[in-house]
Write a protein that binds this ligand. Structure first.
Ligand code: NDP
Length: 336
């Protein structure tokens, strides 16, 4: 049973030596347990936070422990009548090939609904993040402008498409021309600008002639600086992620711009609300039903970025924090 464990707490960008590949015997299920074989492992930005010690909304991974993560897995052996051999489940068993569960922390996947990998993306946690954060906090109305960064990614790509379903104008921000072309031509956003453009503030302003009514915050950093002056009166800002800062070891240089931020929030009466997807756990069934319908009727498209082999998970995760993924990042750990 190959596992990737946390070897050291990173300072800045995670290095190869912060992880270790370990080989352990395949475990045997005890009373009431099931043995799971990992098929797909989801790689997500939040994992960077779990590598740090210190208070957050979730407990850190301990040194020597298997890296945390959601997987789609097959039940190989079962002493639990609710999960017979061959059942496909989604669970949080981490970066490893095999694991045990008593069934309480996994959910069944219906393989006839959609490809099983979608349980980690459009029909899983990232999909629910986009759906709940945008609709509950952002509340886009027809004719409004919704902006989102990491727009070709797992969450951002869905945010813009849901905004379109609600009749809003969707403007993406992404890390390359190729990603922007995909966001406009395949996902159907109205416009997309690259945050690597010389004049991001100017091109974003051009793409948002009526300002921004909802900014779904995924990244922070210079993108946020370009967005803030464009926020309209009574605009909403669901704060979902700040990936531009996840590897930071100190605060950026420069004048203290907090007064500008607070003045904008005050004078434009901007609603800024942070959220963690599980704050909206009661919406899970509604999300699954509605999103599965949109996927089935083609009004929502999704892109998955597959990497083969558990041994390549570290490099793929490092790439995720630098924008090298293109779509929902998934490691194929075992055969379907
Ligand atoms: P993505 O699939 O979008 O991948 C991450 C992307 O972030 C990269 O591809 C890159 O895209 C972009 N990025 C990385 N560094 C920077 C930077 N310095 N400036 C601008 N963009 C950057 O990931 P997810 O969709 O899974 O996650 C998106 C955000 O949502 C993250 O911040 C994540 O932490 C957050 N999140 C929050 C949840 C919650 O419950 N609050 C739940 C799930 C996700 P590009 O090349 O286009 O810049």
């Amino acid at each position: 049973n190959r596992q990737i464990v946390l070897a050291a707490r990173p300072s800045g960008a995670p290095k190869n030596s912060d992880f270790a590949l370990k080989e352990t015997p395949i475990p045997s299920p005890g009373a009431g347990q099931i043995l799971l074989r990992t098929i797909h492992l989801s790689l997500d930005p939040y994992m960077r936070g779990r590598m740090n010690d210190g208070p957050s909304y979730a407990k850190p991974v301990q040194i020597g422990d298997v890296m945390t993560g959601a997987v789609v897995a097959e039940v190989m052996e079962s002493d639990n009548p609710d999960f017979p051999t061959g059942t496909i489940v989604e669970g949080r068993t981490g970066w490893q090939e095999y694991s045990l569960s008593d069934g309480s922390d996994v959910r069944r996947i219906d393989p006839s609904l959609a490809p099983i990998s979608t349980a980690l993306g459009v029909l899983g946690m990232p999909g629910m993040t986009a759906y709940t954060g945008l609709l509950t906090i952002g509340q886009p109305k027809a004719g409004e402008t919704v902006a989102v960064a990491a727009a070709s990614g797992a969450v951002g790509g869905l945010v813009g498409q849901i905004a379109k379903i609600k009749g809003a104008r969707a403007v993406g921000i992404a890390g390359s021309r190729e990603k922007c072309d995909f966001v406009v031509n395949e996902l159907g956003f109205d416009a997309c600008v690259s945050h690597r453009d010389q004049d991001l503030a100017g091109s974003l302003k051009g793409a948002c002639p009526s300002g921004i009514d909802v900014y779904f915050e995924n990244v922070g950093g210079p993108v946020f600086g370009a967005v803030l002056p464009l926020m309209n009166e009574f605009s909403r800002m669901p704060v979902c992620g700040l990936i531009a800062h996840y590897n930071a070891t100190s605060l950026p240089e420069g004048p203290d711009r907090l007064p500008i931020l607070m003045r904008q929030i005050l004078t434009k009466r901007i609603l800024v609300r942070g959220f963690i997807v599980w704050d909206f756990a009661e919406q899970e069934q509604q999300f699954l039903t509605e999103m599965a319908g949109w996927v089935r009727d083609g009004s929502i498209k999704y892109k998955e970025d597959f990497v083969d082999g558990l041994e390549n998970a570290v490099a793929a995760f490092q790439g995720l924090l630098e924008g090298r993924n293109f779509g929902k990042l998934i490691v194929r750990v075992g055969a379907e």
